[in-house]
Design a protein around this ligand. Structure first.
Ligand code: NAP
Length: 284
């Protein structure tokens, strides 16, 4: 896409390793253009372990802020002058706003997920959610769901210790670790009122695919199913859920909402997210 620059244009970017695949520049520059803001958003390769050096460079170069993807989200936490409640809760930063030489760390992932859920007419309140996976994305989804009133959240993971670690973050016992074997998934699906794939299984460019999705047969009718993956737009997991009649949606809504909230932090303005979703529908 073409972006117009002036001598006052403020710089933003996403840092990652790798970063070439990121949709953030497309999403952010589209929103920036639609809102008539004088910002430019780029993809910036920063190697693993390079977050501290990058932060200093960004301050020196006058960046207004940046987003962070793998593997920098955890490394940024101790480097921030201030952290918002969510970044502190997840122990991870995905948005850094630079103001007067100070770094403000935010995390917009969990909020983005819940807003996308609400757009589908689904509230977390009182739900029993089953999450497949216990990585960084599962952590923000799990903690946000219980914060927003979910009754229980099962984190099912291939590596059980990681599920245990995640679940210990909730002192009220609403997060419950579980295995990833077919029998466990089938049993938990019978009690489930929201199923979310938070693994990378089925993602474009990632080896690995669900070998057996028959656990979906155990879901109560009409149980909503979400896949955090947005590339491809329809994973095998989503396709099989839809074939069984479940309302199912991918991770694009979460991606867009976390970007809207990040741009609000960068610009310190309120943005009409629904209008941005409309603009981005034809772009992503
Ligand atoms: P991560 O921290 O690397 O976690 C990956 C998860 O996938 C772990 O639970 C891992 O289990 C599991 N996994 C990987 N390969 C597996 C296999 N062969 N069998 C069973 N489980 C396997 O990654 P993440 O940051 O949480 O991201 C997870 C997915 O969410 C990615 O596809 C990412 O694109 C997507 N995501 C989307 C958004 C959005 O805005 N829509 C935001 C963040 C992430 P182990 O612990 O056993 O390795």
């Amino acid at each position: 896409m073409k972006v117009e620059l002036t001598n006052q244009t403020r710089k933003l970017c996403v840092i990652g390793d790798p970063v070439e695949h990121s949709k953030s520049p497309l999403i952010q520059n589209t929103m920036i253009q639609a809102l008539g803001l004088d910002y430019l958003y780029m993809a910036q390769y920063v190697p693993r372990g390079g977050a501290a050096a990058w932060l200093e460079a960004a301050k020196t170069a006058g960046y207004a802020g940046f987003n962070a993807t793998m593997p920098h989200k955890l490394d940024l936490v101790p480097l921030m002058d201030e952290l918002d409640e969510d970044a502190r809760m997840y122990g991870a930063v995905n948005t850094v706003a630079l103001r007067n030489g100070r770094a403000y760390g935010f995390n917009t992932d969990g909020r983005g997920f819940v807003q996308a859920l609400r757009d589908e007419g689904i509230g977390p309140e009182g739900r029993t959610a089953v999450l497949l996976g216990a990585g960084g994305a599962a952590k923000s989804v799990a903690l946000k769901l219980v914060q927003q009133g979910a009754k229980a959240v099962f984190a099912c993971n291939r590596t059980l210790e990681k599920a245990g670690e995640l679940c210990r973050l909730d002192r009220q016992g609403r997060l419950i670790p579980a295995g990833f074997d077919l029998d466990t998934l089938r049993e938990l699906c019978t009690r489930c009122s929201l199923l979310v794939n938070c693994t990378s299984l089925g993602m474009t460019g990632v080896a690995g695919q669900y070998q057996d999705l028959t656990f979906l047969d155990a879901l109560p009718e009409e149980t909503p199913v979400c896949d955090l993956i947005y590339a491809p737009a329809e994973t095998l997991f989503l396709k099989e859920a839809r074939r069984r009649g479940h309302p199912a949606f991918n991770g694009l809504g979460m991606l867009i909402w976390q970007a809207v909230f990040a741009l609000e932090h960068f610009t310190e303005t309120k943005i009409d997210g629904q209008a941005m979703k409309h603009v981005l529908k034809n772009v992503c």
